[in-house]
Write a protein of this length. Structure first.
Length: 337
């Protein structure tokens, strides 16, 4: 007869892993490969979609964490993207020689310093933003929408007043510019770098959320914030930390998104916000894993539809959202509460 503890463990239900949303991604990849017909073209479109998806994930992941823990839909999130991109541009413009040098070390150093500047500036902005803008309106959804939208407008106008409304061309680091040619397929180096960066951010987030005490408290705070508070932990401190992390991720995404497009305007954050919100809704409000998969689906669908039916490209994201919500009204991987 097995020990009591072993018997009890055997009686515990195992958490079922839901793979169905990933099957959707596999089906989309297979069907588009058949539809496109040319493997080289399909590979080029797929790599571009993966890179774009990873950038969307970096920008959206911070906002979905903020919503999951704090219940705040921050319409000012796009302003963090803009501020981060411009903070990095200050560095990139001064390190032009490093960017163009025929040395991967200098190229990587310039990009690293730009990312560091963006993360530092937006993290500080996120701390101030939580204390002055978000904290007074916890629990009031209407006021959250109004005040965060107003704050985003103010921040964007401040950026415009400082930098002007003119488009700023951005130069990619020389080592990460250009492309690899694989047969008839053309794979841009910077897109591969973006895909790798997004995957690294996802892995780091999952390790922190599921392998550290801070991550445990964050997940517990999402599930039952009142219980965490009753156990003596400072949920408000978690709120501040998540706000800072979310803003920093948005700033990082803004840098890479600007370099991806090779141009920078004051509308870079606002123009990305709709896609970010669609990603969060499709993935499941507050779900990091759902946000990751939704980012891939949105970006790949946009790329494939843009190639196969250009006139329908603008409707691809909304159409995908409607289909997913008809199937799963709470998103692909909704939170359990």
């Amino acid at each position: 007869m097995p020990p009591a503890a072993t018997a009890a463990e055997m009686m515990l239900p195992r958490k079922r892993v839901d793979y169905q949303p990933w099957y959707v991604l596999a089906v989309i990849l297979a069907l588009t490969w058949l539809w496109v017909g040319d493997s080289a073209t399909w590979l080029t479109l797929t790599v571009a979609g993966l890179a774009m998806g990873m950038l969307l994930f970096i920008m959206a992941s911070g906002l979905t964490m903020v919503f999951g823990l704090m219940g705040v839909m921050n319409f000012g999130h796009g302003a963090f993207i803009t501020v981060g991109a411009y903070a990095a541009t200050l560095v990139l413009l001064r390190l032009g020689d490093w960017l163009q040098a025929d040395a991967i070390g200098l190229n990587a150093a310039a990009l690293g310093l730009a990312l560091l500047a963006a993360v530092a500036v937006t993290a500080a902005l996120g701390w101030v933003y939580e204390r002055l803008i978000i904290r007074p309106v916890y629990g009031n959804a209407l006021m959250q929408i109004l005040i965060t939208f107003g704050a985003a407008t103010v921040l964007q106008e401040l950026v415009t007043a400082i930098w002007g409304a003119e488009l700023i061309p951005l130069t990619r680091p020389a080592a990460f510019d250009g492309a690899w040619v694989l047969g008839d397929a053309v794979i841009e180096k910077f897109r591969v770098l973006c895909a790798a960066a997004g995957l690294l951010v996802f892995v780091a987030m999952m390790l922190i959320l599921h392998g550290t005490r801070i991550g445990l408290l964050v997940r517990a705070g999402v599930a039952n914030g009142e219980m965490v508070q009753a156990l003596g932990y400072r949920v408000r401190t978690l709120f501040v930390g998540v706000s800072v992390a979310g803003a920093a991720l948005a700033g990082m995404g803004g840098v890479l998104w600007g370099l991806y497009r090779q141009e920078l305007t004051t509308s870079i954050g606002a123009s990305s916000l709709v896609s970010i919100l669609i990603v969060i809704i499709i993935g499941g409000m507050g779900s990091v894993g759902g946000c990751f998969l939704a980012s891939l689906l949105v970006a790949l669908a946009s790329n494939y539809v843009g190639f196969l039916a250009p006139k329908a490209a603008l409707l691809s994201e909304v159409g995908l959202m409607l289909v997913v919500l008809a199937w799963r009204p709470r998103g692909l991987y909704p939170l359990t509460h």
